[in-house]
Design a binder for this molecule. Structure first.
Ligand SMILES: [Zn+2]
Length: 147
């Protein structure tokens, strides 16, 4: 059991605390850093879980990446992919929907693709979600090569 961020060896208790809090294997200092990020930026728990799920597959993403207009939950700059976690249970209003569409438009204009992933998908199907994100990255990479 090692920290996914710094590969430091974790004690039983450190491991238990991290799993109970975030569901991710982190040392106390990296756990604290993530908890602080969630508090200060409102980062969804699932964004952190997906970030580390991707990291385990060797993908370097960025959490809370500032795109010049807003903070993106997860960005993979190499393929210009933005990932937003949808954390709301309620039905979407048309204002929210048009807002999302406008944000997607701005991203596209900057050459970025935005995908939205429901948080329940990450809670229950993290591995499948990671596999699909990797597939999307491959597709984007292929398109970049064509251009
Ligand atoms: Zn660490």
């Amino acid at each position: 059991m090692t920290c996914l961020e710094c590969t430091k060896e974790l004690s039983y208790l450190d491991h238990k605390n991290a799993i109970d809090s975030l569901g991710v294997e982190l040392c106390p200092s990296h756990l604290k850093r993530m908890e602080k990020l969630m508090k200060s930026k409102g980062t969804p728990l699932e964004a952190i879980q997906l970030y580390y799920g991707l990291k385990e597959e060797g993908i370097n993403a960025m959490l809370e990446w500032w795109d010049g207009k807003k903070s993106v939950d997860i960005a993979i700059s190499r393929v210009k992919l933005n990932i937003e976690i949808d954390a709301t249970y309620e039905r979407m209003t048309h204002e929210q929907a048009i807002n999302d569409l406008e944000e997607a438009m701005h991203s596209f204009k900057n050459g970025f693709t935005t995908i939205r992933i429901p948080h329940v998908l990450i809670q229950h199907y993290l591995k499948d979600t990671v596999t699909n994100v990797i597939g999307i990255m491959d597709g984007l990479k292929a398109n970049i090569k064509v251009i």
